[in-house]
Write a protein that binds this ligand. Structure first.
Ligand SMILES: [Zn+2]
Ligand SMILES: [Zn+2]
Length: 352
């Protein structure tokens, strides 16, 4: 079969022919219906040196995947060949307290996981191929009726990651509150929808690109702001001088973290999701009192079930552009140039 593989660090991936995967005991092979291209793949291609991560190339890219069950390994129960499924991407040990709660993204026994700190498309072969090996039926979530794999694929990361970040702050997103989304890309455009669908907060979207701000406005953002000199003042004015109860930073640069801190309200949440590698000087006076600052990584399996339900009911509608596998590198280049809107999803030519 064909697969889009990262062959070495600091290189573009290439399309190559590889053997079809075979499901061992307890494993499942799925036929890919869609594999999303994530900005973190670009970090993988350009920023890492050999030895920096516990895993490395060669491997097939694609860590947000959905498709149909293709082959069941010995002993797998509860799934049928042909059934549409989403892949829960963070693969933990399956047995530690966090994994038992469905939070394999925060597995505490990574030595017993299929790969240390990675997953499919992150050290192990991912979904930018015709078929993908999934290490356990535990890592598959059946799609609710009416949801197609091509739309479900981006929801497994670009939907799940912002969903978790929003959900953990639900208690602060009451009527009268304001949430700020910094970076309206693959994750950010879904963050706007998730906030509108699951909370009563007013939503402010921040991006440098006019098209991204238009997208946010179409999805219900109450205010769109360019991150210029007056951005903080604009957000403060919009909130009656109080500031934002929750800031979700999907960029994570020095500049966006400083903006998020300056726009925060007493007792708020400042949540850094983006891997921009920025720094924020934490001092007694650098944030309003009792603002909590945290990073988040991906989400839980139960949260993925909730995200898929929102999408099946039409409350989450990822903006998706599809590309054949042959054009994966082109799609990544568009993303790097900032000219990709919403999420780009690779679709193998045999997927239907
Ligand atoms: Zn990702
Ligand atoms: Zn675990």
């Amino acid at each position: 079969m064909q697969a889009v593989r990262l062959m070495e660090w600091k290189s573009d991936p290439i399309l190559v022919e590889v053997p079809d995967p075979v499901a061992g005991p307890g494993q499942v092979v799925i036929r890919i219906g869609g594999a999303g291209a994530c900005h973190s793949d670009i970090h993988l291609m350009h920023e890492f040196e050999p030895g920096q991560l516990p895993w490395g190339p060669p491997f097939t890219l694609g860590h947000e995947n959905a498709g149909w069950v293709h082959q069941l390994g010995a002993g797998v129960q509860g799934l049928e060949v042909g059934q549409p499924v989403a892949v829960y991407g963070p693969w933990g040990c399956g047995a530690c307290p966090h994994c038992l709660l469905g939070m394999e993204n925060y597995c505490e026994n990574v030595e017993a996981a299929p790969i240390r700190g990675g997953g499919g498309g992150l050290g192990l072969d991912g979904g930018m191929a015709e078929l993908m090996l999934v290490p356990s039926a535990r890592c598959l979530v059946p799609l609710p009726y009416g949801l197609e794999p091509v739309d479900a694929a981006p929801l497994t990361d670009a939907g799940l990651t912002p969903y978790h970040a929003v959900r953990r702050s639900w208690a602060k997103l009451v009527p009268g509150s304001t949430a700020v989304v910094i970076g309206v890309g693959g994750l950010g455009h879904l963050a706007v929808q998730i906030l509108k669908a699951t909370t009563a907060a007013r939503v402010v979207a921040v991006d440098t690109r006019a098209e991204a701000l238009n997208l946010a406005a179409n999805e219900g953002a109450d205010l769109t702001v360019e991150p210029d000199q007056s951005a903080v003042a604009t957000i403060r004015e919009f909130t009656g001088g109080r500031g934002a109860d929750v800031v979700l930073d999907f960029v994570g640069s020095d500049a966006t973290m400083a903006l998020g801190a300056a726009a925060s309200r007493f007792l708020g949440d400042l949540t850094i999701v983006g891997l921009g590698g920025g720094m924020f000087p934490f001092t007694f006076f650098s944030l309003p009192y009792e603002v909590s600052v945290q990073t988040t990584y991906w989400g839980s399996r139960t949260e993925l079930v909730e995200v898929l339900d929102l999408a099946a009911r039409g409350l989450l509608r990822p903006t998706v552009t599809t590309f054949p596998l042959e054009e994966a590198v082109h799609a990544y280049h568009l993303m790097e140039a900032g000219s990709a809107l919403g999420r780009q999803v690779m679709v193998p030519s045999d997927a239907s």
